[in-house]
Design a protein around this ligand. Structure first.
Ligand code: DC
Length: 231
């Protein structure tokens, strides 16, 4: 076993609005574990590429961007992840649906995914890591201690995203958001590399009609059992 593979990982995957980020940040906070919001990494990378006019199929440009750009993520006391690109705070610019659409577009490019994989794996540090995204359990941490795949109905996911974005003063409408999320899910699930899919050994939980506290309790309970069993 390599040094880092002894560090426990909780992988939480699923589409937008299923509660991955909220569940993940609660558990990371109470356990004192590191948090990887991999969507924030894809969002930051796509933002930087787009700003510099690097097209998704410009492999040389993508590689150079990765070499020359520093991406930093800091979890604030409220559990939000602050995103910095070469020291510049860009959270508000990348958090909206336009940022999500760009991220989803660049995330379909194999060169982008392979450049970002090491960034993600390097976050696996003691005492543990909670990683949320689309391919945490399938590709990035296939040996994760526990893999969770969250689902929820499209209406509920759109409503949650709407509430989340409205609370941050984004100009959104529920109707438009429903269509944008459906388009992004379709793109993420149908790409050839690391598509959005549950790992065969993931525990699938439908969060549609359950409160966040209940889900946190269930996932944390499952994690405790796995941690005990591997000791
Ligand atoms: O989790 P999020 O909504 O912030 O992610 C934004 C986009 O980034 C998502 O639509 C697809 C891409 N993404 C990905 O391809 N793989 C991940 N592990 C995380 C995000």
């Amino acid at each position: 076993m390599s040094l880092s593979s002894r560090v426990p990982v909780l992988a939480i995957d699923g589409p937008s609005g299923t509660g991955k980020g909220t569940v993940g940040s609660h558990i990371a906070k109470t356990r004192g574990w590191h948090l990887l919001d991999s969507g924030a990494l894809y969002r930051a990378f796509a933002f930087a590429a787009n700003e510099q006019g690097i097209a998704p199929d410009d492999i040389e440009g993508i590689n150079a961007l990765d070499r020359e750009t520093e991406f930093a993520f800091e979890t604030t006391a409220s559990g939000e992840v602050e995103i910095r690109v070469n020291g510049r705070e860009v959270s508000m610019r990348v958090r909206g649906e336009q940022g999500g659409r760009l991220a989803s577009m660049y995330a379909a490019v194999p060169a982008v995914r392979s450049r970002l994989i090491e960034h993600q794996r390097s976050r696996r540090q003691d005492p543990g890591l909670v990683a949320d995204g689309r391919d945490m359990g399938t590709v990035v941490f296939p040996d994760a201690t526990l893999k969770i795949f969250l689902t929820a109905s499209p209406e509920i996911r759109a409503q949650r995203r709407y509430n989340q974005l409205k609370s941050k003063d984004f100009d959104v409408t529920l109707r438009r958001l429903e269509a944008q999320i459906a388009e992004r899910d379709q793109q993420d699930a149908s790409r050839t590399v690391a598509p959005l899919v549950a790992a065969s050994d993931a525990v699938v939980i439908d969060t549609s009609r359950r409160g966040i506290g209940e889900i946190v309790e269930e996932v944390d309970g499952l994690l405790s059992i796995r941690l005990r069993d591997r000791d």
